[in-house]
Design a protein around this ligand. Structure first.
Ligand code: 3HC
Length: 383
């Protein structure tokens, strides 16, 4: 199969990520089936797609004709077999549980046409493991979008242990067609590129929560002038459950130092998962949290977070997950709210400045995961 043979995409999972990805595929001209296990989830996903298209139409970014035409290509569905029976490309975005993903992939393998590529939007889980539930591991790839998928440009196209070059190429070209910025991840490694580079910052935020100071509002207030969405706000936006799963996964596969704290787990236990439940670290019942800039802490600034990113990015080079710092920068500049990648920022700010920030963090929280790498200390990567 070639990318131009792909006409129909089945989206499995209609949650935040699923409906956002489905919307992108519709805008790229594909016929899309949106499937979830219950009609009410499908309805919510359909409303999410319509809501985004309404915004685009109201702002003149989508003509009324394009709006009607795109929605006419969308089919809601609950029956999995029916949803994938004539799909050329299937994208899965179900909750982040390995056993669940494996059982979904075993079903997709059974019901989707033999030529179909099966792509997983997993944030972290090994593509090789997921593919092992199918009889076509060559046609299983990672396909990682970023939240909100409708706006964030990056798609990590991840090579599992047995993914064929042809499957990766088709995934890459589809991502281009839907106007995303694809980056091929050559090694099936925890967190791939974007989440791996950001995970130490996640652990750092958790350590701050655990320490109890500065408060999330004081911390976010210091960073607000530099970021469209501040770190604790973003944790709520993406979901505390997702943040906890990420940390637990990294604790298992990379270092127990990532284990989420009791402070973070208490939000999970009380069901305060962030934006989607109306309350998390912040209150979302009236919309985005209002951060009071006068409360800004003096203890931390944006360079502490950048230092953590740069340090982790150097580990991806050491481990061969990426061999070109420019590719890491391309991924990092398109997955979230920052216009620059870590290496470009390090070049601009100075490795010595960032190294000092990293050492401050390491002094407060003396963990291996916050320790400067050799490449970070040498500070001579140019992009
Ligand atoms: N559909 C369509 N348009 C939308 C929208 C949606 N769902 N949400 C927002 N918009 C539009 C707004 O209407 C607005 O349009 P305009 O510029 O034409 O007026 C524009 O987007 C900007 O929105 P806002 O003014 O409301 O807010 P911001 O300026 O803060 O932008 C944001 C919103 C683009 C989401 C920005 O806050 C941002 O970049 N945040 C960072 C997100 C991020 O880091 N994501 C990565 C998370 S990690 C992840 O996903 C990995 C996973 O594995 C967990």
């Amino acid at each position: 199969m070639k990318a131009e043979d792909v006409k129909k995409i089945a989206m499995i999972g209609a949650g935040d990520m699923g409906h956002g990805i489905a919307a992108c595929c519709l805008m790229g001209g594909y016929s899309v089936v949106l499937r979830d296990i219950d009609q009410k989830f499908v309805d919510r996903g359909m409303a999410g797609i319509k809501g985004s298209f309404d915004k685009f139409k109201a702002k003149g970014k989508m003509t009324p004709e394009a709006y009607d035409e795109a929605l006419a290509r969308l089919t809601p569905m609950v029956d999995l077999q029916e949803a994938v029976k004539d799909a050329d490309f299937v994208i899965e975005a179900v909750p982040e549980k390995l056993e669940l993903k494996k059982s979904v992939f075993a079903d997709l393998d059974k019901y989707a046409p033999k030529h179909a590529i099966l792509a997983s939007n997993t944030s972290n889980i090994s593509i090789t493991e997921i593919a092992s539930a199918t009889s076509r591991p060559d046609k299983v790839i990672g396909y990682h979008f970023f939240n909100p998928a409708i706006l964030m440009k990056l798609v990590e196209v991840i090579k599992g242990g047995k993914s064929s070059d042809e499957s990766i190429q088709i995934g890459y070209e589809i991502a281009k067609k839907i106007k995303k910025v694809p980056v091929i991840v050559k090694k099936d490694s925890p967190g791939f590129i974007y989440n791996r580079v950001n995970e130490p910052a996640g652990a750092f935020l958790d350590k701050i929560l655990e320490a109890g100071h500065p408060t999330p509002e004081e911390f976010d207030a210091a960073l607000k002038p530099f970021m469209p969405m501040t770190p604790f706000e973003l944790m709520d936006y993406v979901g505390i459950d997702i943040a906890v799963h990420g940390l637990e996964y990294f604790a298992q596969v990379l270092s127990p130092e990532y284990r989420p704290s009791a402070a973070l787990l208490s939000y999970m236990k009380s069901g305060n998962l962030g934006k989607k439940t109306g309350k998390g670290i912040f209150d979302w019942s009236q919309g985005r949290p209002q951060i009071d800039l006068t409360k800004a802490t003096k203890e931390y600034d944006i360079n502490h977070l950048i230092a953590l990113q740069v340090n982790e990015a150097t580990k991806l080079l050491e481990e061969g997950v990426a061999d070109d710092p420019k590719e890491i920068d391309l991924a990092m500049a398109n997955g979230g709210g920052s216009p620059f990648g870590p290496f470009a920022m390090a070049q601009g700010i100075g490795y010595n400045v960032l190294l000092a920030k990293l050492e401050e963090i390491h002094k407060k929280f003396p963990l291996e995961i916050f320790k400067a790498t050799k490449i970070m200390k040498e500070g001579n990567i140019k992009v």
